[in-house]
Ligand binder design. Structure first.
Ligand code: ASP
Ligand code: MG
Length: 410
């Protein structure tokens, strides 16, 4: 019979220093000795990637992206080598690889390359020799043999894609938290670890700033139905399973509350109320790769209307430059910004089949006299823009209103 295969991914904080690397080695070996084949994907040690970027910024304000990839990829090369050594010290056989060495082929988009193909031949060969295979996360190689990286947090993507390519039984994502929570436990003390969550919910939560896994990696996991187990590298406890099936969760309407504090609101006054105006504004923003989040257009009065939208704060300077010039061109009024906002969201696939969820969320905020400035909804998500100084309190009252801290019976 074929031995089970597990892909284990350890994030930067799990391998932040030699002691932790030794602990990871120990843990990998324990699993291996249960009769399992293991592929380990690791991120760079601690904050290495940030430090490398910081170094680059001291040399150049606009470093070539090819060279940035060359630089950033070194972080993971360090951690795979050290982990292999740590495993050797404990008497097991292990071999480390860069992304290029095992044929993680990407397109040519430096710093956010897309995966094209993974050639699993070498990995399979090494596993067959009884070795633990260690792969550098976050990196690949394009057709020109140039090193590429997969976007920040990309080691998750490496792990999920390898798990899929190798038909692994599970992809275990080790982090410094116990799993996926109903809310950030630092902000909501009653937050509870979820036993299971669906890909769709996890995808929303990741896009909404729950920093457990890279959103792109969940997208790939969903597409290929890769079973994922998010768990702590510091304990043996079961974490959260991310799966397609939501059977066990039928009673659970809302799974989590998220908060994004890095939003800014932009308002364009007196936009002429005629066809093509919104297109004009948002086309230019899109061309500059600015992601517009929520959009609200007010009811038109006397032939013009106010238009508000949100962007992430780091995009605000570019957004302002563009909107001011477009506004001038189309004969709209003043452009104002508001950086004192935050976006609060609830996520749950149960919303598909339950009504009254939005009302319950709004009522909870109304009781606390928290004003809602913008609202957007999707099939499984409701988001509100509110004052930032109210945001953490709002998060707690909503968590309470939906009784997310209580374990639901199945
Ligand atoms: N080291 C890379 C980063 O910090 C990739 C990762 O951590 O997954 O973004
Ligand atoms: Mg990292």
């Amino acid at each position: 019979m074929k031995r089970p295969l597990i892909v284990q991914k350890f994030g930067g904080s799990s391998v932040a220093n030699p002691e932790r690397i030794k602990r990871v080695a120990q843990r990998v070996i324990e699993t291996k000795r249960k009769g399992v084949d293991i592929v380990v994907v690791v991120s760079a040690l601690g904050d290495t990637t940030d430090e490398l970027l910081q170094l680059a910024s001291q040399i150049s304000h606009a470093p070539a992206e090819r060279e940035l990839d060359m630089l950033m990829a070194t972080g993971e090369q360090v951690s795979v080598a050290l982990l292999a050594m740590a495993i050797h010290e404990l008497g097991e056989d292990a071999v480390s690889f860069t992304g290029a060495q095992i044929g993680i082929l990407t397109d040519g988009t430096h710093t956010k390359a897309k995966l094209v193909d993974i050639n699993t031949q070498r990995v399979v060969q090494e596993l067959a020799k009884g070795r633990i295979v260690i792969v550098a996360g976050f990196q690949g190689v394009n057709l020109n043999q140039d090193i590429t990286t997969l976007g920040r947090g990309g080691s998750d993507l490496t792990a999920v894609a390898l798990a899929n390519a190798l038909h692994a039984d599970t992809c275990e994502i080790f982090t410094d938290v116990e799993g996926v929570y109903t809310a950030d436990p630092r902000l909501v003390p009653q937050a509870r670890k979820l036993d299971t969550i669906s890909y769709d919910e996890m995808l929303e939560m990741a896009s909404l700033g729950a920093q457990v896994m890279q959103a792109r990696s969940i997208f790939v996991a969903k597409r290929f139905e890769v079973p994922i187990h998010v768990r702590s590298s510091f304990s043996q406890r079961e974490g959260t399973m991310i799966t397609k099936s939501a059977k066990a969760m039928e009673d659970i309407v809302v799974s989590g509350v998220t908060l994004q504090k890095d939003e800014a609101k932009v308002t364009i006054r007196d936009v002429p109320d005629k066809p093509g105006m919104a297109a004009e504004i948002f086309r230019e923003l899109a061309e500059k790769e600015i992601n517009v989040d929520m959009i609200v257009q007010n009811v038109s009065r006397e032939g013009s209307t106010d238009l508000s939208f949100t962007v992430v704060k780091s995009d605000l300077p570019a957004t302002l430059r563009i909107t001011r010039s477009v506004s001038h061109r189309i004969g709209a009024g003043e452009v104002t910004t508001d950086e004192g906002v935050a976006k609060l969201s609830i996520v749950g696939i149960g919303m598909r089949s339950h009504s009254g969820i939005a009302a319950k969320m709004f009522e909870a905020m109304a009781r606390e006299r928290i004003n809602i400035e913008m609202i957007s909804t999707s099939e499984i998500k409701i988001s509100c823009v509110i004052r930032r100084q109210m945001a953490e309190r709002a998060m707690r009252v909503i968590h309470q209103a939906f009784e997310l801290g209580k374990k639901k019976k199945k």
